[in-house]
Design a protein around this ligand. Structure first.
Ligand SMILES: [Zn+2]
Length: 83
């Protein structure tokens, strides 16, 4: 829905973006307990049927943090390749 701007359920184009918010639990993913590494979760809501999707906002810092986690996943071999 973020890319296509079309609801995947009802095909409506009335999609509204609700930007992520680091002060709201469901508007973020905290990558550490100090809150210094926070991914913001943007929501895209269909105004026709109410379906919504969430996407992490990937900026320069987010990419750096996620690359670090990806490397850790590889070294610990704890990522399920069938997910
Ligand atoms: Zn819809």
């Amino acid at each position: 829905m973020k890319i296509t701007k079309e609801c995947t359920k009802c095909k409506s184009h009335e999609i509204v973006k609700i930007p992520g918010n680091k002060n709201i639990a469901e508007g973020r993913i905290m990558l550490n307990m100090w809150g210094t590494k926070v991914l913001l979760l943007d929501k895209f809501v269909c105004m026709n049927c109410g379906y919504y999707e969430r996407y992490a906002a990937i900026d320069k810092n987010a990419r750096k943090w996620l690359n670090h986690i990806a490397d850790k996943n590889k070294s610990e071999n704890n990522f399920d390749e069938f997910v």
